[in-house]
Design a protein around this ligand. Structure first.
Ligand code: LLP
Length: 416
């Protein structure tokens, strides 16, 4: 089946829906820690987005998972690529995205990023550059860029699952919205002004759409103002941030309701609506497999020591994020016990969870960590000189090593 033809599948895929035997076999064959990404699920998530936002442009925020296997699946499923760096732009082109489906969102862009993206634009003049600072435009001028420009507004409305992922009101991102119409009028004479953009933050929940609605309402007003001054825009991009249920009992986002609220808040505009989800596309398409190394009875906790840590999956340490964990080797009938699951890194923050029930943990057991597809491998590091894990990609019954495990030799390879 072609990824573009996938149906949307269920609204959420929880950890217990993965084939446990298959995961245990993968851990045996490829060793742990191991990321597993299911490309069929990526295609389903893309299909649900395309169907809910049928009349919109759906762009995939590459930063959530920039692996080639995912990018190719997303491209085949008809999504565009929203890239946060020159590196992501390169990855998108390697994955076969045509220039008219690549958008580069410049955030305090280093000179080298602008050099490379402008070079790519000369080969692919349909590429779009989004600017979030006035002097980025000067820097593009200096490089001879006069192509498709989008302006990132700071709408003064932020949202997100954690203060560290709320962007819409953060001074770092975008140009204050009240200044954008004047700048758009000026820049429309110098560039091909195609759109306006804003992103509230990451982790929109179904219960509270108010920040999202308010951002979209402000962007609708902005688009109407700009269109009245300079003529039609191609798109109004209201960002990504669609949340996924990390907790087992959390309901999935009602995507149709979000899409309807978005259209209603936007109002009448000439421009096409655009959204740019990352997490929603890949989060529940990925799990992390890890092996228990030690089980220790501490003063007031049972500490389960595993071979994955904050260098493998940073989200719990960085955002106190919850990820479901299950013991794939635990006896079915064993009573769960209360555990702390901790990694091998010498940092107190290197804890995946505390006070979590886990069925009888034994040394050598394989644990699965859910919703690890988004911002998992991408935020991994080699801190404590731990090589990055491997990743396998599943498609139907086939398994492919998508990224090989780093070796100790890789760790020193860059040193002179
Ligand atoms: N568009 C822009 C301009 C963004 O900055 C982001 C995310 C997205 C789209 C996609 O947001 P998403 O749909 O994935 O929520 N590392 C954090 C998330 C940081 C998101 C940064 N920007 C985490 O693991 O929760």
């Amino acid at each position: 089946m072609n990824a573009g033809e996938a149906d949307g599948g269920p609204a959420v895929r929880r950890l217990d829906a993965w084939d446990e035997e298959r995961l245990v076999a993968l851990a045996g064959e490829y060793e742990t820690p191991l990321y597993v990404v299911d490309l069929d699920r990526v295609a389903e998530n893309c299909a649900r987005l395309r169907s809910a936002f049928a009349d919109a442009d759906v762009k995939y925020a590459v930063k959530a998972h920039a692996g080639q296997s995912v990018l190719r699946t997303v491209r085949e499923a008809g999504l565009d690529a929203e890239c946060a760096s020159a590196g992501e732009v390169e990855r998108a082109f390697v994955a076969g995205f045509p220039g008219d489906r690549v958008q580069y969102t410049a955030v305090n862009p280093p000179a080298g990023d602008l050099d490379l993206v402008v070079e790519r634009w000369r080969e692919h003049p349909e590429l779009t550059i989004t600017v979030g600072a006035e002097d980025t435009v000067d820097r593009l001028h200096e490089r001879g860029f006069d192509g498709r420009l989008c302006i990132r507004a700071n709408p003064d409305v932020g949202a997100g699952h954690h203060e560290k992922v709320s962007t819409g009101a953060n001074a770092k991102f975008g140009i204050p919205i009240e200044r954008v119409a004047d700048l758009a009028t000026r820049w429309a004479e110098e560039f091909d002004l195609v759109g306006v953009h804003a992103h509230a933050g990451s982790g929109i929940s179904g219960e509270d759409l108010s920040a999202h609605r308010e951002l979209v309402r402000r962007m609708g007003d902005l688009a109407r103002e700009v269109e009245s001054r300079v003529g039609p825009l191609e798109f109004v991009d209201v960002g990504g941030g669609f949340g996924v249920p990390y907790e087992e009992d959390e309901p999935p986002l009602d995507l149709e309701a979000v899409a309807e609220a978005t259209r209603e808040a936007l109002g009448e505009v000439g421009a096409t609506l655009a959204v740019e989800p990352g997490r929603y596309v890949v989060a529940d398409a990925g799990v992390l497999l890890t092996t228990i190394n030690t089980v220790k009875q501490a003063r007031d906790a049972t500490v389960v020591g595993i071979d994955a840590g904050m260098t493998t999956l940073l989200r719990p340490a960085m955002y106190d994020a919850y990820h479901a964990i299950s013991n794939l080797s635990g006896a079915e009938d064993a009573e769960p016990i209360d555990v702390t699951v901790a990694g091998p890194i010498c940092e107190s923050a290197d804890v995946l969870c505390e006070h979590r029930p886990l069925s009888r943990p034994d040394r050598g057991d394989v644990l699965a960590v859910g919703n690890a597809g988004a911002y998992g491998y991408e935020m991994s590091s080699t801190y404590n000189s731990r090589p990055r894990p491997a990743e396998v990609a599943l498609s139907g019954t086939t398994v492919r090593l998508a990224r090989r495990r780093e070796t100790l030799t890789d760790l020193t390879a860059l040193e002179q």
